[in-house]
Every structure is written in structure tokens, then in C-alpha cells.
Design a protein around this ligand. Structure first.
Ligand code: BGC
Length: 360
């Protein structure tokens, strides 16, 4: 194969939204058998086929078969999350002494950007082709006051697949007023294949010595805890199922599984070292995650309850997948959310997270 036939990207119709507007689906492929589909509605990754150690290809992400189901989704399957990933207590945002009341789509909070966050917007899609790499460039302009956030913000997300089996997600945001952004990707991975039960047998490594305990309302308490000797110690590859039901651990009991912020160690941010790893020994699939973001939420699909019909008429249950949500919300200096996420017209936002697929 010559270099420029190793990767390809195509576009097709993905059906019509309830408002009558058409959506598209783009498929990025490489010569290693990876095939990732993304719709311009919510920047949602709908399908992610990749090979296991025997060369068997499976779709390793949860999703739906049609656009209507994505419009009705409440789990954020596969979507870009913003303007602000996570919860903002009472939806109150304070910027330089001015309070902004955000829309309240959660219990006394705003979750993942409000009723119609970036996950429910129609983005503009452009195809980009380079040697050994294809990209989908998605752009969306969020008007001033959308879901209560100040500032008109131009968002851009670039998804790229290359011939070495790396899938990059790059986020850009520029604003005309001081505001906050915190962007992540909410793909639910099940490396056994999306119909193949729970993720208890998955092994996970997080390059993080500390995590943020949560209170009953799932907000960080402000304490920075060591993972040592806790159920949150993933500094070495650890089977998820080992402690996911360990309700004697207060944090696992509150979250009904895993749903905390882990703070990456210095070497992740300063030296580009491996941030996270997920693998399944039974079929040898492995994903390595690299990022410039200071933290990650490992979320084990605790609130999925079989109420939506997924792809191939499959009904997903709790723990059917896990999300590796790299993000900005907290760093070591600013334990308060929002502070770490401020952007200004002079200081736009950029970040990149890479998912590298291998087998072992
Ligand atoms: C959060 C969970 C939230 C879930 C909603 C995750 O990103 O960490 O707390 O309930 O998204 O799907």
C-alpha cells in the first residue's frame, strides 16, 4: 500500500433531526482495520471498530442506530461535552464578581453544559486529508448567554485517525468575553465489544497518585486524597471489578462504582508520559491515553439503566462501559472548578488527548 491509501475518510447521510435539519456521519478508516464513525450532531462518536489480537474486529463503543435516539439520549453517549463538563453547583458562575445564572438541567446544578450543551448542537463538518492522517474538523459558534454562559464562543474539535492507529481529539475555544470552558469526550468504551456485557474484567491504569473525594451530591469536597491503599489506586494496571462493588469504600458507594476526578502526575503533563491505559486480557485490545489535561474522570457507566435501546437493539446496563474523560476542571493549585477553566479573548483554549490502539 502506498502511504496515502492507508487512511481514508468518507461522508454520508445520518438522517433528519426533529427540527427537520439533516445530519451527516463521517467514517475515518486506516489500513489496520480501525473504522471510527462520527456524526456532526454533538460531535458524537457512534462506532469505533478495531481489531483484537486475533484480527477480529468489534465495535468497542456504546451508541445508537439512529439520530432520533441520539436526540433523546440522556447518557451523553460518545459526545463532545461542553461548554462546561461536570456539575456547577446551583448553576451559579461567578466571574470577576459578576454572577451568571446558568440553566439547571441537573438536581440543583448544571450538568455537562445544560439542556442543550455541545452534545446536542449541530456542528459544521469539514474533511481534511494529510499523508497518513485523515481528520474531521467540526466547528460550532455558541452565542452569548447560551445556557446562561457569558461570551460568544467559537468551538472547534478536530478528530484525526492516522496509519499508526492513533486517534487524536483536539479542542479549541475562543471567546469575545471572559468565560469558562471545560471540554471532554464522553465515549463509553467496552473493549470486549459493545454488546458483550460489563467492563468488570477490564484492566485500567491511571498515572495519578491523588484523586478528589466527592460528597453525597457528587461534588469534590475540596480534599486532595492519596490513592495509596484505596480502591482508587490505579497506579498499576488493576482489574476494574476488584473494587467496583466495594461499598465499604465511601467513594465507591456514593458513585455506585467509579466517578471521581483523578489528578495526573507531573510526568503526564511535563513529559508527555502515558496518562491512562485500558486493556482486556481475553482479546488483547489495549488503548493508551496521552493528554495535556490535568485530570481525568474515570466513569463506569453507573447511571445507565437499560432505558434506551442501543445499537443492534441492544439494551445497555450499568457498568456496560467506561469513560476516560480527560479534562480541565481541577488542577493542583486551583481546587475550585471554574477558576482553572477561565478563558479570555487573549487566551483561547486548546487541548489534545490521544487514544493509541494496540494489541498485546
Ligand atoms: C459524570 C457523571 C455523570 C455522567 C452522566 C459523567 O461524566 O462524571 O457524574 O452522571 O457523566 O452521563
Amino acid at each position: 500500500m502506498t502511504s496515502n491509501t492507508q487512511v481514508s475518510i468518507s461522508k454520508s447521510d445520518f438522517g433528519t433531526l426533529s427540527c427537520g435539519t439533516n445530519t451527516d456521519i463521517y467514517t475515518l478508516k486506516n489500513q489496520l482495520g480501525t473504522r471510527i464513525s462520527i456524526t456532526n450532531y454533538g460531535g458524537i462518536i457512534t462506532h469505533w471498530y478495531c481489531k483484537d489480537r486475533e484480527g477480529q474486529s468489534d465495535d468497542i463503543v456504546l451508541g445508537y442506530d439512529n439520530i432520533t435516539s441520539y436526540e433523546q439520549d440522556t447518557y451523553y453517549l460518545g459526545a463532545v461535552i461542553g461548554r462546561y463538563a461536570g456539575r456547577i453547583d446551583k448553576g451559579v458562575l461567578n466571574i470577576d464578581g459578576t454572577e451568571h445564572q446558568l440553566s439547571l438541567n441537573g438536581a440543583q446544578n448544571q450538568l455537562h453544559g445544560g439542556f442543550k450543551g455541545l452534545n446536542k448542537r449541530l456542528w459544521h463538518g469539514e474533511i481534511k486529508k494529510e499523508t497518513n492522517k485523515v481528520s474531521l474538523v467540526l466547528t460550532y459558534t455558541s452565542p452569548d448567554s447560551e445556557e446562561g454562559f457569558p461570551g460568544t464562543v467559537n468551538f472547534k474539535v478536530i478528530y484525526s485517525l492516522d496509519s499508526n492507529n492513533t486517534f487524536d481529539v483536539e479542542y479549541f475555544a475562543e471567546t469575545d468575553k471572559k468565560t469558562v470552558v471545560n471540554l471532554t469526550q464522553h465515549t463509553y468504551f467496552n473493549l470486549l465489544g459493545h454488546t458483550n456485557g460489563d467492563i468488570n474484567s477490564h484492566e485500567v491504569m491511571l498515572n495519578a497518585d491523588t484523586f478528589l473525594p466527592m460528597n453525597q451530591d457528587i461534588y469534590p469536597t475540596g480534599e486532595l486524597a492519596s490513592v495509596k491503599d484505596s480502591c482508587h489506586d490505579f497506579t498499576k494496571l488493576t482489574t476494574i471489578g476488584e473494587n467496583i462493588d466495594n461499598n465499604s469504600d465511601e467513594q465507591v458507594a456514593i458513585a455506585k462504582g467509579y466517578d471521581n476526578y483523578w489528578l495526573f502526575n507531573e510526568e503526564v503533563l511535563c513529559a508527555g508520559k502515558l496518562a491512562a491505559q485500558v486493556q482486556t486480557a481475553s482479546n488483547g485490545r489495549r488503548i493508551d491515553v496521552y493528554t495535556d489535561q490535568p485530570c481525568v474522570i474515570l466513569y463506569t457507566a453507573n447511571y445507565i439503566d437499560g432505558s434506551h435501546l442501543g445499537k443492534q437493539e441492544h439494551t445497555y446496563q450499568a457498568r456496560a462501559a467506561l469513560c476516560i474523560e480527560t479534562q480541565q476542571a481541577f488542577d493542583k493549585e486551583h481546587l475550585a472548578p471554574q477558576t482553572a477553566c477561565l478563558i479570555t479573548p487573549d487566551a483561547p483554549f486548546y487541548s489534545k488527548t490521544s487514544f493509541v490502539m494496540t494489541t498485546f
